[in-house]
Design a protein around this ligand. Structure first.
Ligand code: FES
Length: 366
């Protein structure tokens, strides 16, 4: 009997110890997740304007510490008092350069006439200033594979693809980069890509211009799926990464599928997730717990940004289609998805953080 009691006591002690360790681990994990989701203040170490179109920023830790690593293609959320009456707003910007152990983060931000945040950044953010920055996030990243990599950018969509190119250059995979822009001035990083194509035999760079220009490095026609498929060997074994406007991506995806490219090989992200993709003057009827609020959009880049600009609180941790926290029911209307979400939604659900309204919407929030 004494032996049984001793064994039971030992078992109870062991269980308590185990539960305590497990509990401490869970608290540790939660603290790590909270720390990772908190914005951190970084300093502008360098600032450069290119052709009045692009603002290149280098952000560093104020104490000079190394920054957390990230996957090429991910973006950061910047928070700044750029809203109405100095209200803090957030926008996503792709990391434009990649390093395994980054000493700084590089962003390439296009100036948008209608972009509240980009205008604020251009006018206010100078070398030595601080800005609140999220951890790197997003799932538009290079998937494992050995086939050719085909990177296709429209305009400012080049920024995440530049980071992907840097990350993949030493992998030995054949890489083709297609960049479509309206004019030679908008072929950002063109000289750098030409130099890389001269140095790496497995990399080719194909710029396309849709307007006539004097610069002969850009081809004078609109980029289409036929140009892309004809220019690469074994296209059905390639992985395609597209970052462009919604309309350009819709055309290219349709064209690639029509030429036998499997949907699973086409990965895409609209650069509109960052800035300037939303329309003005659309009506959003927002229902929560039986109360409806009606608001009007003002060109916000996502439905979430429109809700927040109108003081509708939505829990939204990742803001990149991964966590599912912001999930909403679509009662009527249609949305465009700016990225392929990691979080699987139900038939009439959508994620306001990565969607724009195509027209007036009626939606329900948790
Ligand atoms: S905030 Fe995470 S999915 Fe929208």
């Amino acid at each position: 009997m004494a032996l049984i009691l001793a064994a039971l006591s030992l078992l109870a002690l062991f269980s308590i110890a185990w539960l305590t360790i497990d509990g401490l681990r869970a608290i540790g994990r939660r603290r790590c997740a909270e720390a990772a989701s908190k914005p951190r203040r970084l300093l502008v170490a360098k600032r450069r304007e290119v052709a009045g179109e692009l603002l290149c920023l280098e952000l560093v830790d104020p104490q000079g510490k190394p920054l957390p690593g990230f996957r090429a293609g991910q973006h950061l959320l910047l928070t700044a008092p750029a809203g109405k009456h100095g209200k803090a707003i957030q926008r996503a910007y792709s990391l434009a350069a990649w390093a395994a152990r980054p000493a700084h983060y590089e962003l390439g931000i296009k100036r948008e006439a209608q972009g509240t945040m980009t205008q604020w950044l251009w006018q206010n953010l100078q070398v030595g200033d601080g800005i609140d920055v999220s951890r790197a996030q997003g799932d538009f990243t290079i998937k494992p594979g050995r086939g050719p990599l085909v990177l296709i950018a429209g305009g400012i969509g080049i920024t995440p693809l530049r980071a992907m190119l840097q990350a993949a250059l030493d992998s030995g995979r054949p890489i083709s980069l297609f960049h479509a822009a309206r004019s030679a001035e908008q072929l950002l990083y063109c000289d750098e890509f030409i130099a890389l194509a001269g140095r790496y035999a497995h990399f080719s760079y194909q710029p396309y211009l849709s307007r006539r220009a004097d610069d002969l490095s850009g081809k004078r026609s609109r980029l289409n799926a036929g140009h892309i498929v004809d220019a690469i060997t074994r296209p059905t074994t390639a992985d395609f990464y597209l970052c462009a406007s919604n309309s350009m991506m819709a055309d290219l995806r349709h064209g690639l599928r029509a030429r036998g490219i499997a949907e699973a090989r086409i990965h895409h992200e609209a650069f509109g997730v960052g800035e300037g993709a939303g329309q003005n003057g659309l009506t959003l009827a927002v229902d929560r717990a039986g109360t409806t609020k009606t608001l009007v959009t003002a060109g916000e880049p996502t439905v979430l940004a429109a809700l927040e600009a109108n003081d509708v609180t939505v829990s939204a941790e990742c803001r990149a289609g991964s966590c599912g926290q912001c999930v909403a029911e679509l009662n009527s209307g249609e949305v465009d998805w700016l990225v392929q979400p990691e979080f699987a939604v139900g038939p009439r659900q959508f994620l306001p953080c990565v969607c724009t309204a195509r027209g007036d919407l009626s939606l329900s929030l948790k």
